[in-house]
Design a protein around this ligand. Structure first.
Ligand code: SF4
Length: 441
């Protein structure tokens, strides 16, 4: 590295949106200290790999990303979920410079300083006030807490990340306001368990503008709704107080969208999974939510083939899906994760049955999704533009989260820009996407 030339760091970010938020924080700090980002490992002064260790397949992906960085560069710092169990990495790549777990920003920066010291005069002005975002400029993830107080048997996140630690309400709101002032049009509120926000703080109030805001899910959602951006709530569990937030959705303060990872519907399987807020009244609650807020879109994820899942449990899940009319669904085949207590459960489901159930669930869901989307044909929807092509633009309605849900494909007489929010006339629907024309700006 030449003296006086900004050191270059190549960054690989793997895993979920929550890990992406960690990456953004590290990169923001590095840029503040005068480091530059490199596009390739080759030619960078070092590589940081932010890993995911949630499933064994994710660990494999992380290990191969580390391997690639070692081969192409040789100076590698590893952080993220997989870093909480460093043995596997040390064994495979003994030359890695440093390994740290998730949210250990300081240790990552220390390791970078040791390997390539920063320039004497960091160009602090290189960093825009809102930080550096890896997501496109018009939407941003807002992480409100770390860790989780639940102990779902298939999950090792509490082991990796510890119990719930919430940010104070004013801290979250300040970041949100900065993002909106910098042009962000959509805030995606994320954490491991969004509706548990503030439990650890005993819902303490903090001063914000001319008032006090409590660290409570409802209070935070209400205040975020005042900032003038779309606010989308992800990873919410159906605790009783979620009902209050539906009122904010009906009033148009936050998007009528809830991402609730139900994981299953059968009471026996849920019990084995030790899921929070698992209860048989969920269908009734969903019905009441939809009565109060007819536009509500529900997204969820499910696990099929959990140990002990019988044909009857699976049939129950399919019927439940039909009745709940979950708009968007992600489905995973159960995979044992090293360190998860579910590994010790009896009656593992054979792989071919897992695959059959996965196909059956996705087929059922496709029908539900198509049915729900068809109801939107002929309506007008607001659409945020993500990508502009030569003849068609791709965007998302309030019912679609980025990266995981469907899209709205639009033709327009006037040129569109990424981040525009337009009114569209919906003309056609297929299983997952909508198609239409821009009718107003
Ligand atoms: S709620 Fe369950 S699945 Fe989600 S992070 Fe906590 S323990 Fe894991």
């Amino acid at each position: 590295m030449d003296k006086g030339v900004a050191p270059k760091v190549s960054f690989v970010s793997l895993g979920c949106p929550k890990a992406l938020v960690d990456s953004e924080r590290i990169i923001t700090r590095l840029r503040a200290e005068g480091y530059e980002l490199a596009r390739k490992h080759d030619g960078a002064d070092l590589v940081i790999v932010n890993t995911c260790g949630f499933l064994d397949s994710a660990k494999q992906e992380s290990l191969s990303a580390i391997g690639e960085a070692m081969a192409e560069n040789g100076k590698v710092i590893v952080t993220g979920c997989m870093g909480a169990e460093p043995e596997q990495i040390e064994q495979a790549y003994p030359g890695v410079l440093s390994i740290t777990g998730p949210q250990q920003y300081e240790s990552v920066l220390d390791a970078v300083h040791r390997a390539i010291p920063p320039l004497h005069n960091p160009h602090l002005d290189l960093v825009p006030p809102q930080g550096i975002k890896l997501t496109p400029r018009h939407y941003a993830y807002l992480k409100i807490s770390e860790g989780c107080n639940n102990r779902c048997t298939f999950c090792i996140i509490p082991k990796l990340r510890g119990d719930l630690v919430s940010r104070t309400a004013d801290d979250v709101l300040r970041e949100a306001e900065r993002l909106v002032n910098a042009g962000v049009k959509e805030l995606l509120v994320v954490s491991q368990d969004t509706s548990a926000y503030g439990v650890d703080l005993k819902y303490a109030a903090a001063p914000w503008k001319d008032r006090e805001v409590r660290a409570r899910f409802y209070d935070l959602a209400r205040e975020l709704g005042e900032l003038g951006a779309w606010v989308r709530l992800q990873y919410v569990y159906p605790y009783p107080h979620v009902d209050e937030v539906i009122g904010l959705m009906a009033e148009g303060k936050v998007l009528p969208y809830l991402d609730i990872p139900f994981q299953h519907a059968s009471p026996d399987v849920l019990k084995q999974m030790r899921r929070p807020a698992a209860q048989d009244k969920t269908l009734g609650r969903i019905k009441a939510w939809r009565e109060q807020c007819p536009d509500l879109t529900l997204r969820s994820t499910f696990i099929v083939g959990f140990p002990g899942e019988t044909d009857a449990d699976f049939a129950y899940l399919l019927d439940w899906l039909d009745e709940a009319e979950i708009d968007r669904v992600g489905c995973f085949k159960y995979e044992p994760v090293a360190g998860a207590t579910s590994n010790a459960l009896d009656n593992p489901v054979p792989d071919e049955i897992k695959a059959e159930r996965w196909n059956a669930l996705m087929a059922r869901q496709q029908k539900i999704s198509a049915r729900r989307l068809k109801r939107k044909v002929g309506t007008r929807q607001q659409v945020i533009i993500d990508e502009v092509g030569p003849s068609v633009a791709r965007g998302r309605s309030k019912a679609d989260a980025p990266e995981i849900d469907g899209s709205v494909y639009l033709s327009s007489r006037r040129p569109l820009k990424v981040g525009d929010i337009v009114t569209a006339r919906i003309e056609r629907a297929d299983a997952y996407d909508l198609h239409g024309t821009v009718a107003g700006f």
